[in-house]
Design a protein around this ligand. Structure first.
Ligand code: COA
Ligand code: MG
Length: 290
């Protein structure tokens, strides 16, 4: 599966210090599982959580889900040891928290020099300091393992002293900047978490907002959020019907060499053909994994 066709609709965090959550992870239909060593783990539990995460990965059973470990920041007492421990773990990605500047990612990249080439670096976008550097950060995808951004809206709210309301008004410009920077450099991008895990109406509205903003998917904190999130970020039947119509129309001999044509009474350009192919590729990947 090419990276751009990989579904990342739902990415569930779980504290690596919670054995019940780790055990459950293997049967949950999230596209991505993030074993957290950082904010969800208390300082006294950091070492045990790291060992538990490594043991869970070694035990396997995660199927074709992407598996990531969120380490502690390198300037904490645990970050360097976390990074050393994950170098040879059989995971897809290391998620780096509290990125302040692009050099934070190049430092992690250097520390992963001996890791297998498939190991990706994912960056949390959750500090005020990184906001003016989003483009430079995303541009590192060309020369490092960086491949994905994850919004960290709780930490942004804390740093900005902003209120995290369901509309997320204070954060909208940053969400847009992060998506634009990511897309400019071929980096994938996941929306932040919704803390209201008991109210799925609030969750659904926030997930829809993330979809409208262009995110590939959303990070989650509770298993109940997985199903509505997968539905929200899957191409709908209507979307797919449009995509197949566009692909079929451009394949007609009379449309050969044309840049803009009419499909179902609307204009379709070659850029729409590209979008349609991407949508079908994602839908095929989802169907193959389900
Ligand atoms: N991943 C896997 N399983 C989870 C889970 C998660 N994120 N959150 C809850 N579960 C499991 C629980 O272990 C419980 O399993 P059990 O029935 O086998 O005991 C079941 O789902 C029901 O949990 P529930 O009682 O509804 O939730 P809770 O009150 O125990 O926990 C939270 C609520 C928010 C503390 C918990 O969901 C959690 O820790 N979420 C992740 C937090 C995190 O990783 N944050 C970092 C990124 S922001
Ligand atoms: Mg955070």
């Amino acid at each position: 599966m090419s990276d751009s066709a990989r579904p990342r609709r739902s990415a569930l965090y779980m504290p690596a210090s919670n054995p019940r959550a780790l055990a459950k992870a293997r049967s949950l239909p999230a596209d991505v599982i993030i074993l957290d060593l950082e904010d969800a783990v208390a300082p006294e539990a950091k070492e045990d959580a790291r060992n538990a995460a490594i043991a869970a990965v070694a035990e396997g059973g995660f199927g074709n889900r992407e598996l990531a470990i969120r380490i502690n920041a390198l300037d904490t007492p645990w970050g360097r040891d976390d990074l050393a421990a994950v170098v040879h773990a059989n995971i897809d990605a290391v998620l780096v928290p509290k990125v302040y500047r692009p050099s934070d990612i190049t430092a992690c990249n250097a520390a992963l020099a001996d890791a297998p080439s498939r190991l990706q670096l994912w960056a949390m976008i959750e500090t005020c300091a990184v906001v003016p550097h989003l483009d430079a950060l995303a541009a590192l995808a060309a020369g490092t393992r960086l491949s994905l951004f994850v919004m960290g809206v709780n930490d942004l709210a804390k740093e900005m002293r902003a209120k995290l309301t369901p509309e997320r008004t204070p954060f909208l410009p940053i969400l847009t900047l992060a998506v634009a920077a990511a897309r400019a450099h071929g980096v994938a991008v996941l929306d932040g978490v919704c803390n209201e895990f008991r109210d799925l109406d609030v969750f659904e509205a926030e997930a829809r907002q993330g979809l409208m903003f262009g995110f590939d998917g959303k990070t989650l904190i509770h298993p109940d959020q997985i199903a509505p999130c997968n539905t929200m970020f899957s191409p709908s039947e209507e979307d797919l019907a449009w995509a197949h119509a566009v692909i079929a129309a451009f394949a007609l001999p009379e449309n050969a060499g044309k840049g803009a044509i009419r499909v179902d009474g609307k204009m379709a350009e070659l850029l729409h053909l590209e979008q349609a192919r991407q949508m079908v590729a994602i839908a095929d990947s989802i169907a193959a994994q389900e």
